[in-house]
Design a protein around this ligand. Structure first.
Ligand SMILES: NC(=O)c1ccc[n+]([C@@H]2O[C@H](COP(=O)([O-])OP(=O)(O)OC[C@H]3O[C@@H](n4cnc5c(N)ncnc54)[C@H](OP(=O)(O)O)[C@@H]3O)[C@@H](O)[C@H]2O)c1
Length: 236
């Protein structure tokens, strides 16, 4: 095993953005640990997959322990797992509220605690969240208060953690996508959804992976919310 090979943990790695992020890091020759509830096993010795519900604190512990056991370190954590339930605020159910908070907030909190503990021992590390431009730029065409609450929390936590750990070698950043072509959006909606962006099209999963690789290399960048959103953050 080459001691130079870095290790990244990607949550929500079974499909969509997570799958593209895994591919991008493997292309960079990182060792990868991917997790989700239904992720398939892997025949690639440098891609370890672990099943679990990210809302369960035990999953975060298990995934980081497995990364340390198999690959010896955790250089980067990508907090990508998340669910999106749009809809009018007054129509949300209690179950919607519980599900979105559990996946998007517990799912960020517990694995990040475990990863940062490992990074502190190493004296270096990088954590990236996937948020959304809807946090800063609410859109009357896409009411999604549960996304605002949870991704807003994660956006605030990105800046908070960036400052808390800046002097100890750990950077913390986020990528805020616009609408990206993943299984989250049915193909028949792509054209209409694309028109919600100043660039008049949806993004591709590779656009998000590329932004994450930029942050990976950007040693002087921490506390940044990088918008990859077809211009939405600038206006309409
Ligand atoms: N696509 C977009 O337009 C867009 C825009 C802004 C932000 N985002 C954010 O980007 C992230 C990825 O979105 P996506 O479009 O790739 O969504 P997706 O295609 O629905 O994929 C979501 C991933 O998260 C995993 N996941 C969901 N709930 C989980 C749980 N409780 N425990 C563990 N894993 C769980 C899923 O795997 P399993 O089902 O196997 O668990 C899957 O791998 C999400 O945080 C989303 O909010 C997406």
């Amino acid at each position: 095993m080459s001691s130079e090979q870095k290790v990244v943990v990607v949550t929500g790695a079974s499909r969509g953005l997570g799958e593209a992020i895994v591919k991008a890091y493997r292309h960079r020759n990182f060792r990868v640990v991917g997790t989700s509830r239904s992720i398939a096993s892997s025949s690639d010795p440098d891609f370890l997959t672990i099943r679990g519900d990210i809302a369960d604190p035990e999953t975060g512990r298990r995934v980081i322990d497995a990364a340390l056991e198999r690959f010896g370190r955790v250089d980067t954590l990508i907090n990508n797992a998340g669910i999106f339930i749009p809809g009018p605020f007054e129509k949300y159910t209690e179950q919607n509220y519980k599900d979105v908070l559990a996946t998007n907030l517990n799912g960020f909190f517990f694995i990040t605690q475990n990863a940062i503990a490992a990074m502190l021992k190493q004296g270096s590390g990088h954590v990236v969240q996937i948020t959304t431009t809807l946090v800063e730029y609410a859109n009357s065409n896409v009411p999604a208060l549960l996304a605002s609450i949870t991704k807003g929390g994660v956006t605030a936590a990105t800046r908070g953690l960036a400052i808390e750990y800046a002097s100890r070698g750990i950077r913390v950043n986020a990528v805020a996508p616009g609408m990206i072509k993943t299984p989250l959006h049915a193909p028949e909606t792509h054209e209409a959804v694309g028109m919600l962006h100043p660039l008049k099209r949806m993004g591709e999963p590779e656009d998000i992976a590329q932004a994450i690789l930029y942050l990976e290399d950007a040693n002087f960048v921490t506390g940044e919310i990088l918008h990859v959103d077809g211009g939405q953050i600038a206006g309409h």
